[in-house]
Design a protein around this ligand. Structure first.
Ligand code: BES
Ligand code: ZN
Length: 640
């Protein structure tokens, strides 16, 4: 199946300029070449210190996976065939691995190639150096470790149906090297294809278009085929397998989930097709063909992950009233900011997350109107202020462009790269005007489509296309301060004070009287309720907490964001009646954003909270994804 899929292999003498096209990107390259191989950036600021790859010497251009899922052994095994573009005299390619068991590497004619596995570096894995000689296609026979960091193997009891096992993956940022032997660096884009076999009746989905129908391969197994013909950053290769059903939502949109979840998921996601239309109207064509989503079991460690053509979603966004669908707008927006134009390395994560958070809010505005958009922007602004206050406004981690020493953002602390990033975009928008800003952003996506980008490139592009030599405008925008300096530039645009005027008044009244206004609460949106909970006093006694809970029904809330906000408040105040509710939440949800702060709240409460945290964690750690385990280990410690 592979031969037809790699036209670039026909021209083994591709010019080296394609291997390492410089910062100018591919804007003036002949059409067609982009599809063949996406350029890498060679500037110092584009270097990825989180990968062992040396793409200037030899780089992967295409990955073909042929893998079998084994739920009993918790392994993925088979072969990965890599197409390589290398300097004529290059005889070694360096790949990334994290615990892969490689049995054999061969060239196109089956001749074995020597390879060495280097020393393990914490958080980075180990380099695999393959002596390729003249070979430019290699096949790696391997299996992933049962505890591969990207993968979570769920027992049937951890699923909604309770009858079938489940597998899900999370690649960002550097986890895919635990199940795919390739160069795991966002600046080294690769097209890919896969053939995956799984036991019946499981269905496999991946972050690529399906090819044909599943095929019986005997032994009670089926094979599923996928193809991504666009070059993508390798962290975007994703897989899920389980008892899955599908429902179409629109001409190019649809949702996958377990059968018992399908009605609720489809209802919550009924605005998706309109979101794609709104996004296209804002910033240009959706270039990935289909936009499907999978609503995963609650152990998925994130709210969402923007895997191309197949956004991965936590079920905790299902509130019954579409009030948490900003998450979907966010993952969809990544189809431009992140998947189309991608941070070259993780120091520029804000290019993915900050621009996406801005774009998300614009989609929300189109679909749900200015009021909801302004309220969500105001919540995001408050998150940013909180992050700045916690880190201190001079802390280097409050700059958008992070020093490489800060490591790889894990999506956990989002106040800076997400919320300050979005605030930067909003500030530029308000200074230059929406029309000019939108034209600039659309052009940025078009020019760098399917390519990596850096902060320096974005800065240069804003200067060339927005500032255009206007010294007064340059001064007004404070671009360098925003991107490279810690803290908050003085030209920051604040959300309109009107966004939460009523709620803030009610919160003030509550602070004075100690009696919540249940009627007002009943009339509020989710954003307003979250704002109120953020504004109640941090210290409350048991009687006040009991009154809040009974009049607002917090412990019974079906909205996981509200339940989380309530539990955090309650645990911070050693409120005993909240413990069983928190325990139930922590036993059923693995989303790091919720789970880690609740454990942290308990751990802060000394002899009251620490035994509770340790007891609940010991019971539930095994059910969490490795990402969540790693995050909670930091606050609770590993259970003995
Ligand atoms: N790409 C991120 C998730 C991520 C970030 C994973 C960094 C690993 C490292 C995803 O798009 C995201 O931002 N998810 C948020 C959504 C929210 C901001 C709407 C989440 O999971 O909560
Ligand atoms: Zn994101």
């Amino acid at each position: 199946m592979r031969a037809a899929l790699k036209p670039f292999l026909l021209s083994l003498s591709l010019p080296l300029s394609l291997l390492a096209a410089g910062c100018s990107g591919g804007a003036d390259k002949p059409a067609g070449e982009e599809a063949i191989v996406s350029p890498i950036l060679t500037g110092e600021d584009a270097k990825d210190t989180a990968s062992f790859a040396q793409p200037e010497v030899a780089r992967v251009t295409h990955v073909a996976l042929d893998l079998a899922l084994d739920f009993a052994a918790k392994t993925v095994s088979g072969t990965a065939t890599l197409d390589i573009l290398a300097k004529p005299d290059a005889d070694t390619i360096v790949l990334d691995s994290n615990g892969l068991k490689i049995s054999r590497i061969t060239d196109e004619s089956g001749v074995e190639l020597p390879f060495t596995v280097g020393a393990r570096v914490e958080g980075k894995g180990e380099p695999v150096s393959v002596k390729i000689g003249k070979a430019r296609t290699i096949t790696i026979a391997y299996s992933a470790a049962p505890d591969a960091e990207a993968l979570q193997w769920l027992a049937p009891q951890q699923t909604a149906g309770g009858k079938q096992p489940y597998l899900l993956s999370q690649g960002q940022a550097t986890l895919n090297r635990s199940w795919i032997p390739t160069q795991d660096s966002p600046g080294i884009r690769q097209s890919w294809e896969a053939r995956i076999t799984a036991p019946k009746p499981l269905t496999v989905v991946m972050s690529a278009l399906r090819v044909g129908e599943p095929e019986d391969v005997g032994d009670n197994r089926r094979a599923f085929r996928f193809r991504m013909d666009k070059p993508v950053a390798p962290y975007l290769i994703a897989i899920a397998a389980g008892d899955l059903a599908y429902r179409e939502l629109g001409p190019r949109t649809g949702v996958w989930t377990e059968p018992s979840m399908l009605d609720a998921a489809a209802a919550e996601l009924s605005d998706t097709e309109k979101m794609v239309e709104a996004a296209e109207k804002l910033y240009g064509p959706y270039r990935w063909g289909r936009y499907e989503m999978i609503v995963l079991p609650p152990s998925f460690p994130y709210g969402g992950m923007e895997n191309p053509t197949m956004t991965f979603l936590t079920p905790t966004f299902i509130a019954g009233d579409r009030s948490l669908t900003g998450l979907v707008a966010h993952e969809l927006a990544h189809s431009w900011s992140g998947n189309l134009v991608t941070n070259a390395n993780w120091s520029d994560s804000w290019l993915n997350e900050g621009i996406t958070s801005y774009f998300e809010n614009r989609i929300v505005e189109e679909l749900y109107g200015t009021k909801r958009a302004q309220q969500e922007a105001a919540l995001s602004f408050a998150e940013m202020e909180k992050a700045l206050a916690e880190a201190g406004k001079d802390a280097p981690i409050t700059a958008l462009h992070l020093p490489p020493a800060e490591g790889v953002p894990d999506g956990e602390s989002s106040g800076i790269i997400y919320d300050k990033g979005a605030t930067f975009m909003r500030t530029v928008e308000s200074i230059v005007g929406r029309e000019k800003f939108d034209a600039w952003l659309r052009n940025w996506f078009d020019k760098h489509a399917f390519q990596p980008a850096t902060s320096a490139m974005l800065l240069a592009d804003m200067r060339a296309n927005l500032v255009k030599g206007d010294a007064a405008l340059e001064k007004k925008l404070m671009l360098e301060d925003w991107i490279y300096k810690p803290g908050l530039p003085s030209n920051v645009i604040h959300p309109p004070a009107s966004a939460f005027a009523d709620v803030d008044k009610a919160a003030g009244a509550y602070r004075a009287s100690g009696t919540p206004d249940a009627k007002a609460w009943g009339s509020w949106t989710t954003a307003e309720r979250l704002r109120f909970l953020a504004k109640v006093p941090a210290k409350l006694d048991a009687a006040k907490l009991a009154a809040l809970d009974s009049s607002l029904g917090l412990s019974r809330s079906g909205n996981k964001e509200i339940l989380f906000a309530w539990l955090e408040l309650a645990l911070n105040n050693r409120y005993d009646p909240a413990v069983p509710v928190a325990e139930k939440f922590l036993s059923s949800v693995g989303r790091t954003k919720f789970v880690k702060p609740l454990y942290a709240a308990l751990m802060k409460q000394g002899s009251w909270g620490q035994p509770i945290a340790k007891r609940i964690y010991a019971k539930n750690r095994a059910g969490y994804h490795g990402v969540t385990q790693g995050a909670v280990d930091e606050v609770v410690g590993k259970p003995a």
